[in-house]
Design a protein around this ligand. Structure first.
Ligand SMILES: [Zn+2]
Length: 831
């Protein structure tokens, strides 16, 4: 029995909980920053103390109250040293009282100022980018804002440079500002640097003045306003490749020795600028576009206004650049010059307004340059990125609650965002979609935006309410889980039943426009439908009887499909579909079903498919089934034909790999010839083919390759020295570990350790020490993992185990740390 009073108290308790949860929702809501003051212009003089790694600055900010009268001004300035701060108006200057908590300067203005009061804030300061950063997680290492690389030039082979990385709110580590994306100002940057060096920054280089002690001052001017996180510069010993699009000068900056490579890596930039300007109907909005490749960058690349900065993976020799496929990242940063820089998400909650577009530009460029199949291949990989992330986190795309702004930089904002834009283009049609983008860019030029601005632009041009689309995709979370059943019992009127299986307590009931297609005498037919119920049936009314239909054959819909298909139906799909990506999917499905009989039937067609990704897949299939070549000479000849004639280097390399697995001895003369191919993909595969059993190579033959520094050549040479085996190569192995980086270094580490664990007298101590240096200090977690795995080759040495215990205990990456713990338990168990 419950007394009336206790019923009351239960109600009270429930009500109190409700109040608390509602209060919490208000408290944790991430709104855009309130505009209290507006910075109109920044004049910034910077010089650098390389020894102390500090920034010496003099700033002059032109500011006004945004709307309401104000008495106190707050300026972001992280870890600065400050002295006097001056307020200047109409030629009169007074010193201001202020307080400072290492994050915000709180300035007490001489009187209450209103929106007509423009004034200047002028002061000297010192900034310490390294203070309160580094040593922690990767996210924390990312907060310096300004980075000194090899500041005293003590690391051999590593050029000294400075570069900056402002996103999200890290630029206030090196200049005082209102560090939020809805702020916007013009600027002049006067950079002090050695006369032998080069600077790159936003806008135009308007002056260069030689001063004493071999120094120079470079002045960069941005005449159009942009947000503080896009302010950037780099200083270093760069070479420049000059290019041009119409009257817009383009610069590709690279460290010495890589100029020819950079000319190739960035060669499509002018065409990209033209293409994007065309589809958007908004000409590239800035006076120039520079792209700079730096060392040790903390991200892939960053779209600073007119001055994008890229990671060192884009630093290639001319020969490496033959196979360098960096268009996607170049397109991404370039598209940001419109979406992000020209029109800017007003808050990190709206980040997809920047990143979804940049991501989608990779699709658009592929579609324009290489056709729809290549574009859809990209889209599928984005879909997979999102699905992989969705297993552990499902978020609204536009998120008004997050714990850290860095959390927004995930596969939701990028990959899912890009796929959503493709669905929108599919729904509206290309013409209306681009018209909507044009309207959006023009009506919000040099302003900040939120997601509704985008919806309203599309509604304006299409004349259609689009809340349903934006609510489910931008403001909602999740994706449709569709169970699809096809009833073929009336072959001239096929019935498709679709059930939405996602949890409707958490996710929307989706409204999905989609297409069903089929083939009659080899001709493709299609019909569009609209799914808007939990369970819905669609009659095709196809008239001519068919026995197979395709749901979303062109892969435009972001959904998980639960549809019963057997190998035979994928075989049929492969052999009949006119859509490259559908054939690719069919082949891929047959592989994952291990449907060898069906694969054997389609393999011939797959090898001559017009879509290179299918030829490449087919070669991988053959590599795992080389017996097919023994019984089918035609197939073997076809593979050989691809080695010699395919237009795509990756296909030629795949064909070499397949023949090497099949009968390397037979093809060794071909392989020897192809080791001289200009493409490293091809020459590397050919050299690797020569490492197969039965081929007896002389050390003299290999010697011609041992000066190469590309990992595709280094690895087969290392393999040769180990398996032959050849002593006396310690110095060669040590030198390679110093020059390789990234993925190549990762693969190499295993070979490196194996050589020295066999020939300890060649310098295993130095090898172990080098591996520990990587394990303890490399910035990339997958490289540290490679060093750990390599060190296990020395796990018979107690000192190595002891050091491994220490090193792995201080690992900062939680996933890697768990992996280490597991392995160390196993090793301890063994010892
Ligand atoms: Zn981006």
């Amino acid at each position: 029995m419950i007394s009336e009073e206790s019923v009351d108290s239960i109600d009270t308790l429930a009500l109190r909980r409700l109040k608390i949860s509602k209060e919490k929702a208000i408290e944790s809501y991430r709104s855009s920053q309130k505009r209290v003051f507006d910075i109109l212009h920044m004049d910034l003089d910077l010089s650098f103390d390389y020894e102390a790694q500090t920034v010496i600055g003099h700033v002059d900010l032109r500011i006004k109250p945004f709307k309401y009268p104000q008495k106190i001004l707050q300026i972001d300035a992280q870890d600065f040293e400050l002295s006097k701060i001056f307020f200047s108006q109409k030629g009169k200057s007074t010193e201001l009282a202020y307080s400072y908590d290492e994050q915000l300067i709180q300035l007490y203005l001489p009187r209450e100022l209103d929106e007509r009061d423009t004034f200047n804030l002028i002061f000297d300061y010192k900034a310490f980018p390294n203070k309160n950063s580094g040593g922690g997680s990767e996210a924390i290492q990312d907060t310096k804002g300004l980075y000194f690389i090899d500041p005293l030039d003590t690391i051999s082979g590593k050029p000294r440079m400075i570069w900056t990385q402002g996103e999200t709110m890290h630029n206030s580590k090196w200049f005082p500002t209102i560090d939020h994306p809805n702020e916007r100002f013009t600027q002049r940057l006067n950079l002090s640097l050695a006369d032998s060096l080069v600077s790159i920054s936003n806008g135009e280089l308007v002056a260069q003045k030689k001063v004493e002690n071999g120094m120079r001052i470079d002045s960069w001017e941005m005449k159009m306003p942009h947000p503080p996180y896009l302010v950037a510069f780099t200083i270093g010993d760069f070479e420049k490749v000059n290019a041009v699009w119409e009257d817009i000068p383009l610069g590709y900056y690279i460290e010495r020795g890589y100029k020819n490579g950079a000319a190739k890596v960035f060669q499509n930039t002018p065409e990209m600028i033209g293409f994007f300007s065309d589809i958007l109907g908004v000409r590239y909005p800035w006076p120039k576009y520079d792209q700079v490749v730096v060392r040790d960058f903390v991200s892939g690349a960053m779209e600073n206004t007119t001055a994008s900065i890229f990671m060192e993976e884009l630093r290639l020799t001319e020969r490496e650049a033959i196979d360098g496929e960096w268009d996607y990242i170049i397109a991404h940063e370039l598209f940001h010059q419109w979406f992000g820089d020209y029109v800017t998400a007003e808050s990190w909650s709206n980040l997809p307004l920047n990143e979804a577009f940049a991501n989608y530009s990779e699709f658009l460029w592929n579609e324009y340059k290489y056709g729809p199949d290549e574009a859809k291949l990209k889209l599928i990989s984005e879909t997979e990125n999102y699905f992989a992330e969705a297993e552990s986190k499902v978020e609204n795309l536009i998120r008004f609650e997050y714990s850290d702004s860095e959390d927004m930089f995930d596969s939701h904002s990028y990959s899912k965002g890009g796929v959503i834009l493709q669905m929108l283009r599919e729904y509206l049609g290309k013409e209306v979609f681009y018209e909507g983008l044009n309207y959006y860019l023009k009506s919000h030029a040099l302003q900040s935006v939120e997601v509704h601005d985008l919806r309203l632009a599309f509604e304006k041009v299409s004349g259609e309410d689009l809340n349903w689309f934006f609510n489910q995709w931008f403001l909602g979370k999740g994706h449709p889980e569709l169970e699809i059943k096809v009833d073929y019992s009336e072959p001239e009127n096929i019935l498709v039943s679709i059930t939405q299986q996602q949890d409707l307590t958490k996710f929307p009931l989706f409204q999905i426009p989609f297409e069903i297609s089929w083939y009659v005498d080899g001709e493709r037919e299609k019909r569009k439908f609209f799914l808007n119920k939990a369970f819905q049936q669609f009659a095709l009314d196809n008239k001519m009887p068919v026995d197979q239909v395709y749901f979303d054959e062109e892969k435009n819909v972001l959904a998980n499909f639960n549809i019963e298909r057997n190998a035979e139906s994928y075989q049929k799909q492969f052999l009949t579909s006119k859509i490259g990506i559908a054939r690719y999917e069919a082949l891929d499905s047959l592989v994952s079903m291990e449907a060898n009989e069906e694969l054997k039937i389609v393999i011939n067609n797959a090898l001559s498919d017009s879509f290179w990704a299918i030829r490449e897949s087919a070669l991988r299939i053959i590599q795992g089934n080389t017996s097919w070549l023994s019984v089918d000479k035609n197939l073997e000849n076809k593979v050989f034909g691809l080695v010699e004639n395919d237009l795509k280097n990756s296909v030629r390399a795949g064909a070499i790999d397949a023949l090497a697995s099949y009968d390397a001895v037979k093809y060794q003369q071909t392989f020897k010839r192809l080791t001289n191919d200009p493409s490293y993909l091809i020459s590397g595969s050919a050299l690797m083919g020569l490492m197969e059993e039965g081929i007896d190579l002389e050390p003299d033959y290999i010697a011609q390759f041992d000066r190469e520094q590309n990992f595709r050549i280094v690895i087969p040479v290392a393999d040769f020295y180990i398996t032959k085996p050849i002593a006396g190569k310690g110095a060669w192995f040590h030198s390679q570990i110093k020059t390789l980086s990234g993925e190549g270094l990762y693969f190499y580490l295993g070979y490196y350790a194996e050589y020295f664990s066999r020939f300890r007298e060649e310098g295993s101590e130095e090898a172990i020490s080098n591996l520990f240096t990587i394990l303890d200090g490399d910035e990339k977690s997958f490289i540290r993992l490679g060093a750990f795995q390599a060190l296990l080759a020395f796990s018979d040495e107690e000192v190595v185990i002891d050091r491994l215990v220490k090193s792995t205990a201080s690992e900062s990456d939680p996933e890697l740390k768990m992996y280490y713990q597991y392995f160390m338990e196993v090793i301890k168990g063994e010892n």
